[in-house]
Design a protein around this ligand. Structure first.
Ligand code: AKG
Length: 310
């Protein structure tokens, strides 16, 4: 009898095997075993970390920044409203207000639209997917206080991975989805997000950024489940561990979103929330570097170039 060669009998094509390997690595990297990947990649770049630490050491230091850094390390979050440069925050707010005054035009230019409650408003500022380094959103993220606080926590000069402006809006009668559910960020092993509220977040109806500090979030670190509802989370932590960031416009805070379980943007009818986010990771990235997110405009220091990998 002639044997029929089914797909299952044939050896998996090389590309498929690579994809399976990548998928496995992706799952592994989401657990504490990802630290092994991180350590292995770090040893492949001898001297790189020492060079970055030497740059970090060039930054000014202040006792209150060190205190903030220790809190970030201990609890996974810190309120930095009094530590960040107010003028730079005002410049971010001016850009944001301009976008809001042209909301329909700006949201039409948005590339990614999968989250109905969440509109990204910066796509029109990108050239080949990259922000100019003199953009107020980038200047805010590069301020010494931010780099020092996050850098001292990481014991390394942070890499600025992205900047975002998001408008969260109500989605009546829709089930909660994506970042409205509890999750950890797995972009890398250390992911610090610096947020600025660009609208007042007065109560739960404004959809505050909501999180569980690093300690009580620990039991969720190695779970393969990615987005969880309140019942699943509270069964382990109880609701008392939850912190809601209720704060006025221009408040800013840093959260290690790889350590602190978090969710937000559960906006009630007639409310909305405008949020700036700068995301930092520690080099080397555990996944392949995406295409450059920043393009040089104006003079840049060696330190700024290193932070943006330019
Ligand atoms: O919209 C929110 O408050 C949640 C944002 C979030 O999950 C994130 O930035 O990782």
């Amino acid at each position: 009898m002639t044997a029929i060669n089914t797909t299952a009998d044939r050896p998996a094509p090389k590309k498929q095997k690579i994809n399976q390997f990548r998928r496995l690595l992706w799952h592994i990297n989401r657990t504490d075993l990802g630290w092994v990947t991180k350590a292995a990649l770090t040893t492949l770049q001898p001297g790189a970390r020492a060079r970055r630490v030497a740059l970090l050491d060039q930054l000014p230091a202040k006792a209150e920044w060190s205190e903030a850094s220790r809190k970030l390390d201990r609890d996974g979050y810190v309120d930095v409203s009094t530590l960040m440069d107010r003028g730079l925050a005002e410049a971010v707010a001016t850009v944001a207000d301009n976008k809001m005054s042209r909301l329909n035009e700006v949201s039409d230019k948005q590339q990614l639209g999968h989250k109905s409650f969440w509109v990204s408003l910066l796509d029109e500022d990108l050239v080949n997917g990259a922000f100019a380094t003199d953009h107020p959103f980038v200047r805010y993220a590069l301020q010494p206080a931010a780099l020092r606080i996050i850098g001292d926590y990481m014991h390394d000069l942070p890499q600025l991975s992205d900047v975002l402006l998001t408008l969260s809006q109500p989605t009546p009668n829709q089930a909660l989805s994506y970042s409205q559910l509890w999750h950890l960020d797995h972009d890398d092993k250390r992911v610090c997000k610096l947020f600025i509220y660009l609208t007042d977040v007065r109560d739960t109806a404004d959809g505050p950024f909501t999180f569980i500090p690093a300690g009580p979030s620990r039991p969720f670190r190695n779970t393969l489940k990615s987005h969880m509802n309140d019942a699943t989370v509270f069964a382990k932590t109880g609701p008392d561990a939850v912190k809601e960031m209720i704060a006025p416009r221009l408040s800013c805070f840093i959260v290690n979103t790889a350590r602190c379980l978090h969710m937000g943007s559960r906006i009630q009818s007639d409310h909305s929330r405008l949020l700036y986010t700068a995301t930092y990771i520690q080099q080397p990235r555990i996944y392949p570097e995406p295409r450059p997110r920043f393009r040089a405009a104006g003079a840049l220091t060696d330190l700024e170039r290193a932070v943006m990998r330019l």
